[in-house]
Design a protein around this ligand. Structure first.
Ligand code: DON
Length: 347
């Protein structure tokens, strides 16, 4: 066998170095900056004055939020933020937190933990349906994992799965993953937390039922309280877009550079967003955009175009399914303009 010549070794090293330099740009296929800003500006102008939908009011504090609040943010692989409208005002994250608490469970206990205990199926039901719990039980038998961690029964169960000896230990992990995904320390909006704690009897009933059927192993009261707290975390449009961006780029926060969760676990998170992120409207949403997404009754929606961008819109008035009207329209327009649909073949 001939030994490797210094020239050949040099060439191989050079080729490898060039390949490594190119690797991030091969992964980062974000659209061109001018196109992104143009699409964001166009959606903002088109939808800023529409008046459809209504703030959630079953949590009294949410009815008081300014219905005209409208902010759009897109985060790309290089951590750049493209925006229009209000980037600063915080709303409560609400159900969008379900994604990140499920991510915490999956990160610490593996993808099968959620699939085995809760399930990862589309429920086709409203977010706080109690009939769905009974329906699943009748179809599949006691304790069968046919739920989804992004609807209230599954979400409260997911919160109960985060490991910790005390409520504070569990909370530190829940707020910790939200902070890492957003790239800054977030805080609970106390007025929302109090308002929902005073009016969440339905979620308490769900928590108790989930214990009775074995989806929650103990202390459903603690699970419901921590779930209520996670729903009250304050976020602005930039925070939410950065969280979506972290999921878009393999669990690495594109703004801070921190690897928040294992890249191998992110596709599972995106799958539950696709099946149940917009509740009973998830199918229609996926049909029109192809994007894994998650809504919250605070008025936010996040959506993920894997490898391309994370996007978020905050606009409080909701449709009948509990999803922000303007956010759905703006995200669909922007993503379609930027070729964000992961099911579409590259042109
Ligand atoms: O549990 C609830 O009812 C709220 N904390 C969250 C619901 C929610 O955000 C539904 N999303 N569209």
């Amino acid at each position: 066998m001939m030994g490797k010549s210094p020239v050949r070794v040099g060439i191989v090293t050079l080729v490898m170095a060039v390949a490594l330099m190119l690797a991030p740009s091969a992964w980062a296929q974000s659209p061109a900056p001018a196109d992104i800003q143009k699409a964001v500006d166009a959606a903002f102008a088109k939808y800023k004055d529409i008046k459809e939908g209504k703030n959630a009011d079953y949590i009294p504090a949410l009815a008081k939020v300014n219905p005209a609040l409208f902010g759009i943010a897109v985060v790309t692989a290089d951590g750049k933020v493209y925006s229009a409208g209000d980037l600063k005002t915080e709303v409560s994250i609400q159900s969008i937190s379900k994604v990140f608490t499920a991510a915490q469970v999956i990160q610490e206990q593996g993808l099968e933990s959620i699939a085995n205990r809760i399930g990862v199926d589309a429920t086709g039901a409203r977010f706080n349906s109690i009939i769905a719990i009974e329906g699943v039980k009748m179809v599949a038998g006691a304790g069968a994992p046919e739920m989804n961690p992004l609807v209230n029964p599954g979400a409260i169960s997911a919160t109960s799965m985060v490991k910790g000896a005390t409520a504070n230990e569990v909370w530190a992990k829940i707020i910790g993953i939200h902070n890492d995904m957003a790239g800054r320390p977030l805080t609970v909006l106390q007025d929302v937390y109090k308002s929902e704690s005073d009016s969440n009897q339905r979620n308490q009933a769900i928590g108790a039922l989930m214990l009775a059927y074995g989806y929650i192993k103990s202390n459903w009261q603690q699970a419901v309280d921590l779930y209520t707290r996670q729903c009250s975390i304050g976020v602005n449009a930039k925070d939410l877009a950065t969280m979506a961006g972290t999921l878009a780029f393999g669990g690495k926060n594109p703004v801070t550079g921190k690897q928040v969760m294992d890249a191998t676990k992110v596709p599972g998170i995106l799958a539950i967003m696709a099946t149940a992120g917009l509740y009973d409207a998830s199918g229609k949403w996926l049909y029109r955009t192809g994007l894994p997404a998650k809504s919250g009754v605070g008025g936010g929606i996040i959506a993920v175009s894997p490898g391309k961008f994370g996007i978020a819109v905050i606009a409080p008035p909701l449709d009948d399914a509990g999803n922000s009207v303007k956010a759905q329209k703006a995200i669909a327009d922007i993503s379609n303009a930027l070729g964000g649909n992961p099911y579409a073949a590259k042109k």
